[in-house]
Design a protein around this ligand. Sequence first.
Ligand code: SF4
Length: 305
Amino acid sequence: MTAEPVIDAQGDQTAARVPVTVRASLSPSRAADFKTCPLLYRFRSIDRLPERPTVEQARGTLVHAVLERLFDLPAPARTPESAGDLVAPQWDRLVTEEPELATLFAEGDAAAAQEFLRSAAALLEGYFAVEDPQRLEPAEREALISAVVDDELLIRGYLDRLDVAPDGALRVVDYKTGGAPREAFEARALFQLKFYALVLWRTRGVVPRVLRLLYLKDAEVCDYAPDAEELVRFERTVVALWRAIEQATARQDFRPRPSRLCDWCSHQALCPSFGGTPPPFPMATAAPDPLVDARSRPASPGADE
Ligand code: SF4
């Protein structure tokens, strides 16, 4: 199994350097969708059914945006107060970029909107309970990273934060803001972090020393230390997953796999496990662009990614 480094960069510069052999791309979110429930993958990635943003997802997006901007400030200014001051302006920016977010609250329901902003600020307090951003200088934030594995599969995604120690050790940090039961989502979160670890290892030749989940609601830290052997196995898993997706697509056969995560699925009405009928399988169109933004679809049901 081979891997070819592509790029660590923001924006679309990746396109210029993707090898011509690449014929598909996979993000951790979409891979995790298929692992969780093949039909969910189909609804999101093939039917591309719209999903209304939920309040929980919007809160997660807002908190991620604030934490990203917080590190724009000089270290001494990264205080809980300045993080709180970023909440409303960042929400305004997100709503401007995605006006549908404004529909989360009934028109004129200022109290609900205020409560939403307060709940985001409370999550930021959880952040300050587990980290001191004045002592950190992240190497990357919201960085798009990608690598080619198995010669033809581009794996890519956005990591929340990458810290690099003076000795070159890497720490991948992922903020979790969801209120969903942790046990239902932890395997998925770890899958996502291993995905990033694999990309970093393949592009930089360094296995990240720590994969860190920061649970802001509970103010808890969960650290995981991967090793190279594990990442080799994980790479095989990702490639096998992609082959399974290709097979399912060729057969137009994506089965539901009910689980606790169904409670967060937007598509129950179309799911046979809930008495629904999926729409006809879409006619084959042009091959999907392998460089479609890995974050162009909503996060997992109920999760913040
Ligand atoms: S409701 Fe559950 S089984 Fe059905 S598509 Fe959604 S996640 Fe899959």
